[in-house]
Design a protein around this ligand. Structure first.
Ligand SMILES: [Zn+2]
Length: 263
């Protein structure tokens, strides 16, 4: 990455040609400048690009209060359009980090303790979502494929009967319409069943991928952007609710890569 003085042009020692064009260099400078605008003191959040407001769907923006030495996220719509448009969804960065780290450690421990059990749990969750039953669908698919093959041969035989005048043209027309209709229905059914089964296979592969990833992160002591990005797709932070006894409660939803939300 290019850093430092904005008028610097990078050159490889001993050559006359700049290693990046002036245009590219200016683009990079713009990127760095806008990044500096976003993170006024240069602090970078490990959650960059992952934070969302569940109420308005806008991103949560990262801010550092230098005077108080505290970094936090809050809804970017709230920042831009005011509190009438969305609640603040304020969460302190250190609190968020601690929570996410504890969840990653929790799932890493579960994966270490019993990988098979965790996989089963993840898959039954995705099964419920699809409302699918693999065995039943496989059976249905076989049945539909068998019937389709039967109709193909029935149709051939019927055509032979028609050619050798064993059935009338009227009957031939009627039967072929009937068979064609059934054929079309079967084809649609077969396509949709194959797609469903394929999706479930994908779910299984995704779950395996995630479990092997999280196992790598057993005992992480700190969060890094690569760790967070490898495991997490997005994080939703709800606005904190104040209880009657004065305590605050805040819901944070973590959607993991490949597998979505897990409880
Ligand atoms: Zn919002």
């Amino acid at each position: 990455m290019v850093r430092g003085n904005e008028d610097t042009i990078l050159r490889i020692k001993g050559t006359q040609e700049p290693i990046i064009s002036k245009e590219d260099f200016e683009t990079v400078q713009q990127m760095i400048k806008s990044r500096r605008r976003e993170r006024k003191d240069g602090t970078v959040s490990v959650f960059a690009g992952l934070m969302r407001c569940p109420d308005c769907g806008w991103t949560l923006s990262f801010t550092t209060n230098k005077r108080r030495n505290v970094s936090y996220y809050h809804c970017s719509k709230y920042v831009e359009r005011g509190k009438e448009s969305c609640p603040s969804h304020y969460i302190r960065y250190d609190v968020l980090c601690a929570y996410v780290l504890s969840r990653i450690r929790y799932w890493a421990e579960v994966a270490q303790a019993d990988e098979e059990k965790l996989l089963k749990k993840l898959l039954s969750a995705s099964d419920r979502e699809n409302g699918a039953n693999r065995k039943k669908q496989e059976k249905e698919l076989k049945k539909a494929e068998k019937r389709k093959a039967e109709i193909d041969s029935l149709f051939t035989r019927m055509y032979e009967d028609f050619v050798s005048e064993r059935i009338t043209e009227y009957n031939f027309q009627m039967l072929s319409e009937k068979y064609q209709k059934e054929q079309t229905e079967l084809e649609e059914k077969i396509t949709s069943l194959r797609k469903k089964l394929e999706n479930e296979k994908q779910n299984k592969e995704d779950a395996e991928k995630w479990v092997s990833l999280i196992k790598e992160y057993a005992e992480p002591t700190e969060l890094t952007a690569p760790l967070v990005n490898a495991l997490i797709e997005k994080i939703l932070v709800h606005h904190a609710v104040k209880n009657e006894d004065g305590t605050k409660e805040q819901e944070i939803e973590i959607y993991y890569r490949f597998i979505g939300k897990i409880e």
